[in-house]
Ligand binder design. Structure first.
Ligand code: ZN
Length: 67
């Protein structure tokens, strides 16, 4: 079962971005995902399998979902 990921979800990843932040906002969904780093505002493309491997927490509507 793929992880349910939606536009606007806030993702906390297991690995930090080089800037030190581990929080990202999902800005594009589809075959590949785009997410914006909360630390440096950089947008990065990532494939679903890679993203799913990295997810620790999804925050949606103020609720946390842990993985
Ligand atoms: Zn960053």
């Amino acid at each position: 079962m793929p992880i349910d990921l939606q536009l606007g979800d806030i993702i906390e990843t297991r690995k930090q971005h080089p800037c030190g932040s581990s929080k990202f906002l999902i800005t594009r969904t589809g075959m590949d995902f785009r997410m914006r780093c909360y630390g440096c505002q950089k947008e990065i493309w990532i494939t679903r399998p890679n993203l799913e491997k990295r997810i620790k927490t999804i925050t949606r509507d103020g609720e946390d979902y842990k993985f």
